[in-house]
Design a protein around this ligand. Structure first.
Ligand code: ARG
Length: 245
């Protein structure tokens, strides 16, 4: 009896490792240029997507992208719904207690986006006290917003909704990642909003895996090293940000 169970378990685990060549990668695709929907091709594209594909390829894996809410990513890793997260996710001590991050692959920071008509009264972060602030649920922007005194914080499922709420006069400021806000402004050529000059905090993005999957973390780190050394990282960087670091 025991032997049978053991055999069944072994069989099951063999199945798992046989299909493990495909990495299920979770993302939240409203975060251009890191991950967003290419409306023509009807597929998710962006810097992170190119990066994780190149890194996984270097490690011998294929990638399947799965879109979900940002606040669902870490729980999905922990329950093995996905194998890795590629979602411009900032490496924070709090998240490091829950998941394993790769080495950082991108340096970012948080900025404040406001309506231009408020530039006389909102000049710096200190002026955000007591204001209506919006951010994307589960993000470092949301965490920062919650730390601002007396702020009235609204959290949205997507950054796009937060931007729209700002423009329609709902909130007075959006807290979000600098490169994403800059990309949004550049794409829309929108001069009714502006970014405050102050960058709130330096942040580093990492890919995340389950703490139980140290092997995958090591493989992804090795892949990251490989694409940095062979020029592929620079190529991907240039494709999305226009200049090499
Ligand atoms: N860097 C921020 C964070 O880790 C925001 C990331 C949001 N990413 C996304 N794909 N929507 O909290």
């Amino acid at each position: 009896m025991k032997k049978q169970i053991l055999a069944a378990l072994l069989g099951a685990s063999l199945c798992v490792s046989a299909t493990a060549a495909t990495l299920n990668v979770g993302t939240e695709a409203t975060f251009a240029p890191f991950e967003f929907m290419d409306e023509e091709k009807r597929e998710i594209t962006g810097f992170d997507i190119d990066m994780i594909k190149a890194i996984a390829k270097a490690a011998g894996h294929e990638v399947k992208i799965q879109n979900m809410g940002f606040d669902g990513l870490i729980p999905s890793l922990q329950t093995n719904v996905i194998d890795a997260v590629a979602a411009a996710m900032t490496i924070t001590p709090q998240r490091q207690r829950a998941v394993k991050f790769t080495e950082p692959y991108y340096q970012s920071g948080l900025v404040v986006l406001i309506n231009k008509k408020d530039e006389g009264t909102i000049k710096e972060v200190a002026n955000l006290e007591g204001k209506r602030i919006c951010a994307q649920i589960g993000t470092t922007g949301a965490m920062m917003a919650n730390r601002i005194k007396n702020a009235n914080v609204t959290l949205f499922n997507s950054v796009t909704e937060a931007f729209m709420d700002l423009k329609s006069g709902g909130c007075q400021a959006v807290l979000n990642d600098k490169p994403v806000v800059e990309f949004y402004l550049a794409r829309r050529n929108d001069d009714t909003v502006k970014i405050l000059p102050q960058v709130l905090e330096a942040e580093y993005y990492g890919f995340a895996v389950s703490k139980r999957n140290q092997k995958l973390a090591a493989e992804l780190n090795k892949g990251l090293e490989t694409i940095k050394a062979n020029g592929e990282y620079d190529k991907i960087y240039q494709k999305w940000f226009g200049n090499t670091k």
